[in-house]
Design a protein around this ligand. Structure first.
Ligand code: CU
Length: 326
């Protein structure tokens, strides 16, 4: 088959990305079944139409059309044959739907929070990550919700991992559940696939599928700077990964929130009339409880990052903001 010829060793084809989960193995044959049914139907219908168009074209004035009033067997045929194909597609798809809806026992349970505009993944041991890290060949269950703690936060997102053939909406004030079993080590991309505002395009994060025996190590490493990186450099990376750049510039330009350039050590004026010098404690409080003090000229739209950053990561982000002082 043409698709087999085009397929890479990792299962990717012209139409579909790499196959990295058990769902991909169920989904892809059905996709190609529907695809080829459509191709064949198209060729037959358009072919017959073109042939008849030429064959029955009126060739001279006064030529009369056939008196044919119908063909019962033909009509039964063109109702019955497509119906059989539709039932096959329904039954096949329904099997996949049931599989999709029923997580097995003994899953690794990850809580997912979508925010404006970042993801956080919380593991059973309390570790929080902005990228999804999962062990290979183990079922993972995602319990997802959209953060509605801030004025702009209550929007619908949608989690999409094409390599896993996985997609479901992430809604405020309720949980939606997804599960998958990754079958191939590597790094894939997780997208937000529901337009959710200014920073929507910032919501692409890597999904790391790692060997089971490295998984615990990878989670533990989330709380310290990668090798060869200073704390402030790590903070810069986290600042981008956490989606902070969607609202805070680092070059002095004005976005939704104040710029980080020259912020540390400056005197801030707040909407309640008070002022305060931006020191480490102010930065920490502003990240964890952003609605407590609102800078004059700005709005109360930032979501709280409490519980979404480990202390090590929070320190790194603060170190980065300090490095941007004048
Ligand atoms: Cu989103």
């Amino acid at each position: 088959m043409i698709n087999t010829l085009l397929a890479n060793a990792n299962g990717a084809t012209f139409w579909l990305p790499v196959q990295a989960s058990t769902f991909a193995e169920v989904h892809d044959p059905l996709f190609y079944f529907i695809y080829w049914v459509c191709v064949v139907s198209f060729v037959v219908v358009v072919g017959v139409m073109a042939y008849f168009g030429v064959k029955y074209k009126r060739k001279q004035e006064g030529e009369r059309t056939s008196g044919n009033r119908g063909n019962f067997a033909l009509e039964v045929g063109w109702i019955a044959v497509p119906s059989v194909f539709l039932l096959i597609i329904f039954w096949w798809g329904f099997q996949g739907f049931v599989m999709y809806q029923t997580p097995p026992a003994n899953t690794l349970n990850v809580r997912v929070t979508a925010d404006t505009w970042s993801w956080s993944f919380r593991y059973p041991d309390g570790t929080v990550s902005s990228e999804l890290i999962v062990p290979v060949d183990q079922p993972v269950r995602l319990t997802m919700t959209s953060e509605s703690g801030s004025a702009q936060g209550a929007v619908i997102h949608s989690l999409f991992i094409p390599a896993f053939r996985l997609k479901r909406d992430v809604l405020p004030d309720r949980y939606t559940v997804l599960w998958f079993e990754a079958t191939r080590e590597g790094t894939y991309t997780l997208f937000c696939t529901e337009y959710c505002g200014t920073g929507h395009s910032e919501m692409n994060v890597p999904v790391h599928v790692v060997p089971s025996d490295e998984f615990a190590e990878r989670l533990a490493a989330l709380d310290s700077a990668p090798d060869g990186m200073t704390t402030a450099e790590w903070g810069q990376q986290l600042f981008a990964q956490q989606g902070c750049t969607a609202c805070h510039s680092v070059d002095g330009s004005r976005l939704i929130g104040p710029t980080m350039q020259g912020l540390y050590g400056s005197t801030r004026e707040f909407t309640d009339g008070s002022t305060r010098v931006a020191d480490e404690n102010y930065l920490r409080e502003s990240i964890l409880e952003p609605s407590a003090l609102i800078n004059v000229g700005y709005q109360n739209v930032m979501p709280s990052y409490a519980g979404r950053l480990t202390d090590g990561r929070l320190d790194a982000i603060i170190a980065y903001i300090e490095s941007l002082a004048d």
